[in-house]
Design a protein around this ligand. Structure first.
Ligand code: FPP
Length: 247
């Protein structure tokens, strides 16, 4: 699998602004999330058409559990509905569904729907849709460190053998290449604990557009901006560069 020249292989998105979008219209926050799902659908389609192979969406953070029970339950229902209604389409387009995060925290119905969708699409190779659910970047790195420490304590590895590759190998989806482009909507200029390890060399794209309004045209603008940037990975020019060679 390769992406066309100038097209990011992996796009990661912090989908922000559903609540404000709803508030501006006098609607409930859940109505904003429901409209946000339509942007998810548009994004999946646009990535497929553009040749982006990996799309990671920050759908629910470890911090999002502190929202009201009604909002959490509503988000979980939307997620379940999305999985039920889109598995066939992912199947048709050879897209594999994956999840990163604390899967065990999720309600049983959502876990079951995720398992079904992941099993149904497990062999697909044209692209991957990766949902970050009950996900936190520090949590992910902490879990990796704990597992490596456990192996070291058991004598299976020497502390000197711990390197970046070993830490990467203990993250949720070690085979997925790091994101080339991070998009955050709604004007906030933060990473909010998203893919802290993997975003080291990503191009960052921030837009004031609220997530429910982020559709095909906004994504094309982000792709254009990305293609204009020269990626240096902390040293050499893009054509010769390898991630990890930072000065
Ligand atoms: C941030 O907006 C958005 C979320 C916390 C949830 C994102 C979820 C979806 C778009 C729907 C479900 C996802 C899938 C993959 C089907 P916010 O509520 O923080 O907005 P605000 O900052 O304006 O309040």
């Amino acid at each position: 699998m390769t992406s066309p020249a100038g097209i990011p292989r992996h796009v990661a998105v912090i989908m922000d602004g559903n609540g404000r979008w709803a508030q501006q219209r006098g609607l409930s926050r859940l109505a904003g999330h429901a409209e946000g799902v339509k942007s998810v659908e548009a994004m999946v389609r646009a990535c497929r058409e553009a040749g982006v192979q990996y799309l990671t969406l920050y759908a629910f953070s470890t911090e999002n559990w502190s929202r009201t029970p009604a909002e959490v339950a509503g988000l979980m229902r939307l997620l379940e509905k999305f999985l039920r209604s889109h598995t066939a389409e992912m199947h048709k387009h050879d897209i594999r569904l994956r999840v990163i995060g604390r899967l065990d925290d999720l309600p049983l119905a959502v876990r079951n729907a995720l398992r079904r969708a992941m099993q149904a699409t497990a062999g697909h190779t044209a692209g991957q849709l990766i949902l970050a659910l009950s996900y936190g970047g520090r949590d992910e790195i902490t879990r990796a460190a704990r597992e490596i420490a456990r192996q070291a304590a058991a004598g299976a590895i020497r502390p000197e053998a711990v390197d970046e590759a070993m830490i990467s190998a203990h993250l949720y989806a070690p085979d997925v290449p790091d994101p080339d482009l991070l998009i955050r909507t709604s004007g906030e200029l933060r990473l909010s604990n998203f893919l802290l390890w993997q975003l080291s060399y990503a191009e960052l794209y921030f837009t004031d557009v609220l997530w429910p309004d982020f559709r095909e045209a906004e994504f094309q603008a982000a792709l254009q901006e990305y293609s204009r940037r020269q990626r240096r990975f902390g040293g050499v020019r893009d054509a010769d560069a390898q991630p990890g060679g930072a000065a």
